[in-house]
Ligand binder design. Structure first.
Ligand code: CP
Length: 311
């Protein structure tokens, strides 16, 4: 059973499956129920501490906390005492002193949640750390894959784009390998790190080859904020050689689904016709984000699995 959720590198296949099973139940019994209310986290304090921008992750953690009856607060580095020079550890200790049970942290530094977990007694959840991991994003991706395809084992998952800077790709690779999927990666060679060779994945610079026969096609956002200049010639050329469009998506299996963690750069990594097309499950991913975050919060705050109310 997980204590904190720092990354999927250190999370077992059993724990990943337990979170996904709990998320399925919480979707049916809380999110899709009439009053969307549970007292699972009643009496618990949950704070999101975000040093980077976010829409989906921050809001869905807040919704998840509130649906489960927690007292939830949000803190962004901008507008806080971080701007006056307060350190990360001092900030976390200050929030912990408010008798907080769970701190959910997003930070530009890889390893920031791990550092915080070593210095504080409350439970820590990683909401994205630099270029390292984004575990709840990968978990919501797996929940969506299971809903659409039944089982992750044996699926071919093609992940296309800026692999080098993507914490989403890294968490997906760790988890998908543990769950028995085949992973194919493609992007410009400047955005494919050497370390991938050790991760037992197939790596291509030809996007068509990676997508051929895939069950899942996952586009990644070009992360201009983390890139040095000159990693690809221009956004227009990037779209021509590495963007996923109707023709490329048709190389996957006929029933393949299209995923993207969001936010999407429309017309760059994915073309608008497929973003809003019948194979896209991007909005389902967002919905499932609330469910896996409810499951994770229950597990770390209560130290136990969700017990279904349905017989
Ligand atoms: N996918 C994701 O992490 O989106 P946000 O940056 O909007 O949270």
């Amino acid at each position: 059973m997980i204590k904190d959720l720092l990354g999927l590198k250190e999370t077992s296949a059993e724990d990943i499956t337990a979170i996904l099973d709990d998320a399925d139940k919480l979707k049916r019994e809380v999110l899709l129920s009439e009053n969307k209310k549970s007292n699972l986290l009643s009496g618990k304090g949950v704070i999101t501490l975000f040093y980077e921008n976010s829409t989906r992750t921050r809001v869905s953690f807040e919704m998840a906390s509130k649906y489960l009856g927690a007292t939830a607060a949000n803190m962004s580095s901008s507008g806080s005492s971080v701007a006056k020079g307060e350190t990360l550890i001092d900030t976390v200790k200050t929030l912990e002193a408010m008798d907080t049970d769970v701190i959910i942290i997003r930070h530009s530094m890889s390893g920031a949640p791990h550092l915080v977990a070593r210095h504080c007694g409350c439970r820590i959840v990683n909401a994205g750390d630099g270029m390292n991991e984004h575990p709840t994003q990968a978990l919501l991706d797996f929940m969506t894959m299971r809903e659409e395809k039944g089982d992750i084992k044996g699926l071919k998952v093609a992940i296309i784009g800026d692999i080098k800077h993507s914490r989403v790709a890294r968490s997906n690779i760790y988890g998908l390998k543990k769950l028995g999927a085949e992973v194919a990666l493609a992007g410009p060679s400047t955005l494919l790190p050497r370390s991938l060779e050790e991760m037992e994945v197939k790596v291509y610079t030809d996007v068509d080859k990676a997508i051929e026969g895939a069950d899942i096609v996952m586009g990644l956002r070009i992360q201009l904020e983390r890139q040095k200049k000159g990693l690809f010639p221009s956004v227009r050329e990037y779209n021509k050689y590495f963007g996923v469009d109707k023709r490329r998506l048709a190389l996957a299996k006929p029933d393949a689904i299209l995923m993207h963690p969001g936010p999407v750069n429309r017309g760059v990594e994915l073309n608008p016709d497929i973003i809003d097309g019948p194979q896209s499950v991007i909005n389902k991913q967002v919905t499932n984000g609330v469910c896996v975050r409810m499951a994770v919060l229950n597990m770390v705050a209560n130290g136990k699995r969700y017990e279904s109310k349905l017989k």
